[in-house]
Write a new protein. Structure first.
Length: 744
């Protein structure tokens, strides 16, 4: 909008609010009254904001706008007058507060989690249920702040307990990634994180020359008050949102993921040799004569696992050979400290943010075809029942014969590509032996109760400009299952040896689900018509497995599987070997990916110290006892951060893709039902919301027990698993949301 348009619209809004019949309204209500589009709604927000800055209108603590009437003497122009008025209001509130009765109730401390609509929740450590904080009681708290609250004594039946923020103890978000909006001689940063619901005022001198629409990082200098916006200054300009890659870079920055390696780390990586030195071969088992392959995705460049397999009689000799990254990344070196800081590689829609510099991850540490490489090998003898009857973990030198991709191996085993069969003729017996052993290992895991959630992953195709041009499901196949089965077997075997020997170690653990969540799940599944059997108070992996199998092939299979998955606890890294519920495994660790996961790199060091007798001789056991708890904690935190960033990246690109298909019709399945509508998942894995207020044929209510929306008059029901035809109504890349309406 130009200045003339802004002035014209400001005049219109002032006239509207000056009408005797006008009652204070929120932004949403005003835009609905004026029948504005989404873009016009954003422009209305700018107009209202400008009027507030001019001192012409005000906004109450419930977000309602009204015109300021009576004599109004501006102390200063624009924001200065706005600030002065707010200071006066604050002084009056403080004066009145001395005589006001303080709220009664129990005090507690926790982390404030903001909501886009202004209210929030406080997570209190050790308490299952969060405390709801109404918008008018949030004070100056913003997302991730550590706060002190007073929990109100009264609690309404069926409602969360409510609280009031009385003090912010520690700020959780000192800088914000968002979009800069220029507004005359000042601007605002609108946070990319919807949980940070307040826009940040940026004066011209603190704008770093940012232009309208730039993605920026803003440091918060003042968190404002109920009636005053936070203030800040721009620390870094990431570029215009239309520039390829800026949108994903903003996600990287918003999660605090280190995207560039420090100079000291780069220099240390450059000093690492690009080939295996003769001195490094000493004391290693030479396995370069073994027929060995890597099997990965077509685009993979960091190849950290290779396979060898042969059979004698009824015994399979399986070798899982893992890149010996620890030979090149020494403990407490600059490389190691940076790897621990990152915790894991992060795989986003248009890039990989690696844990190690490319010279290592794609070079000497990658098991590249035809190159001698150092490895840590788990050599296993496995019987016809899929049980490991003997094993050895040893330092080795290997040489990969072929760099295979999943597609070629799949086509060979399914007899659909004669050219691939001819090209890899010498390897065919080993591939079919791999399939044979994989099926036995999978059958053995299934027998003990391992739960197999077979969800298709999303594969997002981008063009050269970084735009999403296709989204499709990426299904598991016989080749991906072979690698998964062999890696799981190696991880279990290594974990069992080190747990049995009681050596300090890092395990991958998955606790039993919470009994209350399971009871709620079973009630819901019963209402969905799923047969449930539970023998004891705590459910077993086998019983979960039976539920998944009972719905196989049904329309609601993916949805029910997700409900079951959501009832599970999150896997994590620990120093206690407490087992893995989902795999029904007593022993489990992560051993197979030291290029991209720090826990794997750490346990490689422990294994090598053990093999070389250094644990006792050099006092390394005590050293590991001191550091491993923090390694496990940091690795778990970084893993969750990476998972969240990857989900946000996918949501953004899916919304971008669907924005090119506004008005088009798609078939999908209801994947979730709430009081505000139901979610529909398309065959391409994109999920969008059908808002309940778009269902014009009836008034619908949400049945919480059965997770259904029911029409009061028509008795029409929308439930999980229903097939529906929808039309794309809107797709917002900034909010990462897709809105559907039911198609006629």
């Amino acid at each position: 909008m130009n200045r003339k348009d802004i002035d014209r619209r400001k005049k219109f809004i002032l006239e509207l609010m000056g009408d005797p019949v006008y009652k204070p309204m929120r932004l949403r209500e005003l835009s609905s009254l004026l029948r504005l589009s989404r873009e016009e709604k954003r422009e209305l927000f700018d107009v209202l904001d400008s009027l507030c800055e001019d001192g012409k209108i005000t906004q109450d603590n419930k977000g309602r706008y009204s015109r300021i009437t009576g004599k109004w003497k501006k102390k200063e122009k624009h924001l200065k007058g706005h600030k002065e008025d707010n200071r006066n209001c604050k002084e009056r509130r403080e004066k009145e507060g001395k005589d006001r009765k303080k709220p009664e109730g129990m005090q507690a401390e926790g982390i404030f989690i903001g909501h886009p609509k202004g209210f929030g929740f406080v997570e209190i450590e050790g308490q299952e249920e969060d405390i709801f904080i109404p918008e008018e009681d949030t004070g100056t708290a913003v997302n991730q702040d550590k706060v002190r609250i007073i929990i109100k004594d009264e609690q309404r039946e069926g409602k969360r307990r409510e609280g009031i923020v009385v003090e912010v103890l520690e700020r959780g978000m000192e800088q914000i990634v968002g979009t800069y909006q220029l507004n005359r001689d000042f601007g605002f940063v609108i946070s990319d994180n919807p949980k940070f619901s307040k826009d940040i005022y940026i004066s011209r001198k603190n704008s770093l020359g940012a232009k309208n629409g730039d993605k920026v990082i803003a440091v918060v200098t003042d968190y404002g008050s109920k009636n005053r916006k936070p203030e800040g200054k721009i620390k870094e300009n990431l570029g215009n949102i239309r520039t390829p890659g800026t949108d994903i870079l903003a996600i990287v920055k918003s999660f605090g993921i280190p995207s560039e390696f420090p100079e000291k780390v780069i220099k240390q990586a450059q000093r690492v040799p690009d080939h295996v030195l003769d001195a490094d071969r000493d004391g290693r088992l030479d396995l370069t004569h073994l027929q060995t392959v890597t099997i990965d995705g077509e685009d993979a460049k960091d190849l950290d696992d290779a396979i060898s397999l042969s059979k004698e009689g009824e015994i399979y000799h399986l070798g899982v050979h893992i890149a010996d990254v620890s030979n090149y990344v020494q403990y407490n070196s600059a490389l190691d400290r940076e790897a621990l800081k990152r915790g894991t590689s992060v795989y986003l829609a248009d890039r990989v943010v690696p844990m190690l510099p490319e010279r290592l991850s794609n070079g000497i540490c990658s098991l590249n075809q035809g190159e001698d490489r150092l490895a840590l090998s788990c050599l296993m003898d496995i019987n016809a029942q899929g049980k490991v009857v003997a094993h050895q973990i040893v330092e080795t030198v290997i040489n990969v014969d072929e760099r295979m991709c999943y597609t070629d191996v799949k086509n060979i085993l399914e007899d659909t590509d004669q050219n691939a069969k001819k090209r890899y003729e010498k390897l065919l017996p080993m591939f079919f032996l791999m399939k044979e052993l994989s099926e036995k290992l999978r059958s053995s895991r299934h027998h003990r109760g391992s739960i197999d959630f077979d969800f298709p992953e999303s594969k997002i195709i981008l063009n050269e400009a970084g735009k999403a041009i296709d989204v499709k499901p990426y299904e598991a196949n016989v080749a991906t299952r072979i690698i998964e089965d062999f890696m799981l077997m190696a991880n279990e075997t290594v974990a069992q040896e080190y747990c049995t020997e009681e050596i300090p170690f890092v395990y991958r653990t998955h606790d039993n689900p919470d009994p209350e969540k399971i009871e709620s799940l079973l009630t819901l599944l019963h209402n969905q018509g799923v047969k449930i059997q539970k023998a004891r108070e705590e459910i077993t992996p086998k019983e979960i497995q039976n539920i998944i199998e009972s719905i196989e092939g049904l329309p609601n299979e993916p949805m029910v599987s997700r409900l079951v998955l959501r009832s599970m606890k999150q896997a994590k890294y620990t120093t206690e070997c407490s087992g893995h519920f989902g795999l029904a495994a007593k022993y489990y660790c992560h051993f197979t990916s030291p290029i991209r996961r720090y826990p794997d790199l750490q346990i490689h060091r422990i294994i090598k110290d053990n093999l070389r007798g250094r644990l006792l001789r050099e006092g390394r056991t005590e050293h590991y006892r001191e550091i491993l708890d923090e390694v496990a904690r940091q690795s778990s935190v970084c893993e969750r951060r990476a998972d969240e960033a990857e989900r946000e990246s996918d949501k953004l690109k899916k919304a971008e893709y669907m924005s090119y298909h506004i008005g088009e019709k798609f078939e999908g399945i209801i994947s979730g039902v709430t009081g505000w509508g139901f979610y529909v998942e398309l065959a391409n894995t994109v999920e969008g919301l059908v808002h309940v207020n778009t269902l014009r044929d009836d008034y619908y209510t949400f049945d919480q027990e059965s997770y259904e929306l029911r029409g009061d008059m028509t008795k029409k029901v929308y439930k999980l698993g229903d097939k529906v035809c929808v039309r794309v109504e809107d797709a917002d890349k900034l909010l990462k949301t897709v809105d559907f309406v039911l198609a006629d």
